[in-house]
Ligand binder design. Structure first.
Ligand code: NAD
Ligand code: IPM
Ligand code: MN
Length: 364
């Protein structure tokens, strides 16, 4: 029996997680595999209930599980806490660091049904978009030490350390080339090698790794150009290999190219293949509690979990097909619709229900 640690978190986290749980139950039933889920507090709600964002009991539950399905953490209620106690830093980066989840994959695909709703010009949106962002997740300026503040008054300064070792760059680069071999054989490595020492090393190591994958085309882009190219001609990309910070920023652009922040799932894996799965977006305090959040990123994250951690590829395919059907048939939350069509929007639970029904109705 596979066991999943469910960490719904804050804001829209519990709302979209509810739908992902329904979908997991639907595929477990359809494909006849046993699945047990256990909920744990994380983030702001864990601060409220246990006094800390990442309680030991939550970490233990995750250690004992086969995979973690994570919602999102953070929100206005907790943003004035000291940085080391904040939900994002303590719980999310805490879990990524604890399990050494260095490989973050964010597959962004613009479904044909959504091309006409894109915020990109229609000729650009209709040219297609299918990108895998491979984001390094446990290094860079996020984790580099020292980090902090010093001095006083107008002399006070804040500082972070941007740092990468050859080993850290090499392991994510290898996985990016391997992923490209299973896709369209192209890696775009993103850096700022015209300014940053970490980026010069990044580029050097990526070039070394490329020697082992002669069938994969490699190009290097500066991050500012990469951001521009994504909205100019998104179809030119296949795998985008990114350091932690640049991957964070570029993946939000990728999410929006697919229609909304609520569309982009992610898988974060360590070198033993253990994984945490979560939407790329956050707790969306502006819409939390209204039952209108888009559950698709959470549901597709559950599909990635089935594929990568539970060896249930057919169930993952079924979820992805059911999501495509929802999009094709216009079963859309408000975030995907232009202002004049918002009145047609479906609620979070309606989208989840449609996807469950599509799974049940599909041929086994
Ligand atoms: P956000 O991703 O939460 O929201 C940005 C915008 O996207 C908002 O307008 C929001 O309504 C919209 N959006 C996001 N997900 C959506 C969905 N599923 N359906 C419909 N609309 C959606 O980013 P933010 O506002 O910068 O951050 C809010 C909080 O979330 C902060 O505390 C931030 O630190 C946290 N955060 C957490 C995670 C995580 O837990 N993985 C990720 C990003 C941000
Ligand atoms: C993400 C989020 C996180 C990140 C934050 C909440 C720490 O934006 O997963 O993209 O920057 O990695
Ligand atoms: Mn982000």
């Amino acid at each position: 029996m596979s066991s999943i640690a469910i960490l719904a978190g804050d804001g829209i986290g519990p709302e979209v997680m509810q739908e992902a749980k329904k979908v997991l139950a639907a595929v477990a039933d359809k494909f006849n595999f046993p699945l047990s889920t256990q909920d744990y507090d994380v983030g702001g709600c864990a601060i409220d209930n246990h006094g800390e964002a990442l309680p030991a009991s939550t970490v233990k539950g995750c250690e004992q599980a086969d995979a973690i399905l994570f919602g999102s953490v953070g929100g206005p209620k907790w943003e004035n806490l000291p940085p080391t106690e904040q939900p994002e830093r303590c719980a999310l980066l805490g879990l990524r660091g604890h399990f050494e989840l260095f490989c973050n994959m964010r597959p962004a695909t613009l479904q044909p049904a959504l091309a006409s709703l894109s915020t990109l010009r229609s000729d650009i949106a209709s040219s297609g978009f299918d990108v895998l962002v491979m984001r390094e997740l446990t290094g860079d300026i996020y984790f580099g030490q020292p980090k902090g503040r010093k001095g006083e008054g107008e002399e006070e300064s804040g500082f972070d350390t941007m740092i990468y070792s050859r080993k850290e760059i090499r392991r994510i680069a290898r996985l990016a080339f391997q992923a490209a071999q299973k896709r369209n054989n192209k890696v775009t490595s993103v850096d700022k090698a015209n300014v940053l020492a970490t980026s010069i090393l990044w580029r050097e190591v990526v070039n070394e790794v490329a020697q082992d994958y002669p069938d994969v085309a490699l190009e290097h882009l500066y991050v500012d150009n990469a951001a521009m190219q994504l909205v100019r001609d998104p179809n030119q990309f296949d795998v985008m290999l990114c350091p932690n910070l640049f991957g964070d920023i570029l993946s939000d652009i990728c999410a929006m190219i697919t229609g909304s922040m609520g569309m982009l799932p992610s898988a974060s894996l360590n070198s033993s293949g253990f994984g945490m799965y979560e939407p790329a977006g956050g707790s969306a305090p502006d819409i939390a509690g209204q039952g209108i959040a888009n559950p698709i990123a959470q549901i597709l994250s559950a599909a990635l979990m089935l594929r990568y951690s539970l060896n249930q590829g057919a169930a993952a395919d079924a979820i992805e097909a059911a999501v495509a059907k929802a999009l094709d048939e216009g079963v859309l939350t408000a975030d995907l619709l232009p202002a004049e069509q918002k009145h047609l929007a479906k609620r979070t639970a309606e989208v989840g229900d449609f996807i469950c029904q599509a799974i049940q109705a599909a041929p086994a």
